[in-house]
Design a protein around this ligand. Structure first.
Ligand SMILES: [Ca+2]
Length: 324
């Protein structure tokens, strides 16, 4: 009887031992992975890590735009990775600046100062081979292109410091007035007509910006460019010739033949600019027809003071070139 009791006791101790050594850790692992799965949706450790990084990273403000870009065929991973980057920020402060921008208040006369004209002449002389080559191909005189470069970017010295991706993304999500009203001049907010106008403009510009954002991503993909790296104006234009993305897609030219349209290269920017003007009606007779010239230049930038300044600067550059 004692023997039987001892045998049973030994068996019991062995069972407890086996349970402690082998089975308990398995139970513990299962319990812990099951509880993790509740959080992560039942995926493996590696996937869990990447899923966590992806879902946590982009800020909520981009949620709708990410969904829309996905629906428009851009890869989810690519769009997520872009909107997860530190450089990508919502910039509501630029909205009022853009909304309140008034072309007629800009000081265009500064572009006609003798020192600026002289710099434009020297720039044209310094890059004569490229200017000549583009003129031969498109029939747009070099002094017209130099004048546009002078007014647009001060001959490439100022191409803009805003990230185009941020500008367009911020505008695209700002169809909601509540997102920008804190940044508007407070006095203006008591004016109902002003608020109504701003609301209307924002809605229209949000649609425009989304379209440009999509074009920016398409252009960058085709040309192997990081979209977040491009910097330009508050209006979403970039490069020496200040094109918005849809213009790059429709009128951009790879003139130096390196396989990509790069508007920060003089060859590509000049050819793209000339191509834009030709496609909007510029021909070899336009230089002698001021009304027609103004009409075409207005398609480049819809501002009469701009178009007239470009033509005046072009004439001054031409006169300077031919007086020495
Ligand atoms: Ca190129």
């Amino acid at each position: 009887m004692n023997k039987l009791f001892l045998l049973l006791l030994n068996l019991l101790i062995s069972l407890i031992f086996i349970t402690l050594i082998f089975i308990a850790p398995c139970i513990y692992t299962n319990v812990s992975s099951a509880s993790d799965d509740n959080v992560s949706g039942g995926i493996t450790g590696m996937e869990r890590g990447s899923k966590k990084a992806r879902t946590d990273a982009p800020k909520n403000i981009w949620r709708a735009i990410i969904k829309r870009l996905e629906e428009d065929g851009f890869s989810r991973d690519y769009i997520y990775s872009l909107y997860s980057r530190d450089e990508v920020r919502f910039e509501p402060k630029i909205m009022p600046k853009k909304l309140l921008h008034d072309e007629y208040k800009l000081n265009y006369d500064k572009f006609l100062r003798p020192d600026r004209i002289e710099r434009a002449v020297n720039f044209l002389k310094g890059h004569k081979a490229v200017f000549d080559k583009v003129e031969r191909r498109f029939n747009v005189p070099s002094h017209i292109k130099a004048a546009i470069l002078l007014v647009e970017t001060d001959l490439g010295n100022y191409t803009g410091s805003y990230r185009t991706f941020n500008i367009l993304s911020s505008m695209a999500v700002s169809n909601d007035f509540s997102k920008i009203w804190p940044f508007l001049p407070q006095g203006a907010l008591s004016d109902n007509a002003y608020i109504k106008r701003i609301r209307r403009i924002m809605k229209r510009r949000s649609g425009w910006a989304y379209n440009e954002l999509r074009a920016l991503l398409t252009y960058c993909k085709k040309n192997g460019i990081d979209p977040v790296s491009i910097r330009g104006s508050i209006f979403g234009a970039f490069g020496l010739c200040q094109f918005v993305p849809t213009s790059v897609i429709n009128f951009g030219i790879d003139f130096n033949g390196d396989g990509k349209i790069d508007l920060f290269s003089l060859e590509d920017a000049l050819a793209s600019m000339a191509n834009y003007l030709v496609r909007h009606g510029w021909d070899k007779y336009t230089i002698n027809d001021k009304d027609k010239a103004v009409k075409v230049i207005l398609t480049y930038n819809h501002s009469r003071p701009y178009a007239e300044t470009v033509l005046k600067a072009a004439n001054l550059i031409y006169a300077h070139m031919n007086s020495h």
